[in-house]
Ligand binder design. Structure first.
Ligand SMILES: [Mg+2]
Length: 259
């Protein structure tokens, strides 16, 4: 059984456990199987808009039992970075999950048009407008560090089309200022390390549906990974190019199989 070789299972959400509002068949049962084996679990998402409680609730709605402290969002990882760096004030372009996490790290949230800030912190923000992008850019030009919760290019819209993701918003500020953001979300290391700590440490297996974030992030750390075919990537994508997952499973139940 693949699962026998690992202590901690770091799971992507959309495309692994659910698709939009719909559960992925078999995923909840496979997770119960991992729990029965006593494995550590962490649920890992680049989406910085939702709080861990909201993520746990959403998982409950698709039949996956999860506690908020098993959830690592890119917002929480950003909060940890802010605390570690001693960032005292930040202008945040982002939604509640990100704002809560930055405030919980002891950092003052600046609104309006502050004259300066230690950092500009950017995530997915469905109410971003020109004034926010202008203020964020001006603050970076005045010396604020630029931190991004993630740089997902797009948001998977229900009709299969793409809406602007956090990466599109970050790109506006980078393009304006010429400054490259420090990114904490997948495929960058910080969120993976935080998720592993949340799952209790040990030997990790990263499970996701995207080659360029989930599988690439695992590759950078030298960790094993499983691509599941219930989301974005297909078997043909794996054969084409890019990072190679350790395992490819039709769905999450493959983790309880022999590979
Ligand atoms: Mg996914």
């Amino acid at each position: 059984m693949i699962a026998a070789s690992y202590d901690a299972f770091l799971l992507d959400l959309d495309g692994v456990l659910y698709r939009g509002q719909e559960p992925v068949p078999g995923a909840a049962v496979a997770l119960r199987g991992l729990r029965e084996l006593g494995k550590g679990l962490a649920f890992m998402t680049n989406n910085s808009a939702r709080t861990p409680d909201e993520v746990a609730e959403q998982l409950g709605r698709v039949g996956v039992e999860a506690s908020a402290n098993e959830v690592e969002t890119s917002a929480l990882t950003t909060g940890a970075l802010v605390r570690e760096r001693g960032v005292r004030s930040a202008f945040v372009v982002g939604e509640r999950g990100l704002r809560d996490a930055v405030a919980a790290a002891g950092c003052a949230l600046l609104d309006g048009e502050p004259p300066g800030a230690d950092a500009v912190i950017v995530g997915w923000d469905r109410s971003v407008d020109y004034a926010k992008l202008r203020t964020a850019s001006v603050l970076v030009e005045r010396g604020a560090s630029l931190i991004a919760s993630n740089t997902d290019a797009s948001w998977p819209a229900p009709d299969g089309l793409a809406w602007p993701g956090a990466g599109a918003i970050v790109a506006a500020i980078e393009t304006t200022t010429g400054v490259t953001a420090e990114v904490v979300g997948k495929p960058h290391e910080p969120i993976f390390r935080a998720a592993l700590a949340r799952a209790g440490g040990g030997r990790p297996l990263v499970i996701g549906d995207r080659l360029e974030t989930d599988i690439e992030g695992a590759r950078r750390l030298g960790w094993d990974s499983m691509l599941v075919l219930t989301g974005i990537a297909s078997r043909a994508d794996v054969e084409r190019s890019g990072p190679t997952p350790t395992y490819v499973g039709d769905d999450l139940s493959a983790v309880l199989g022999s590979g």
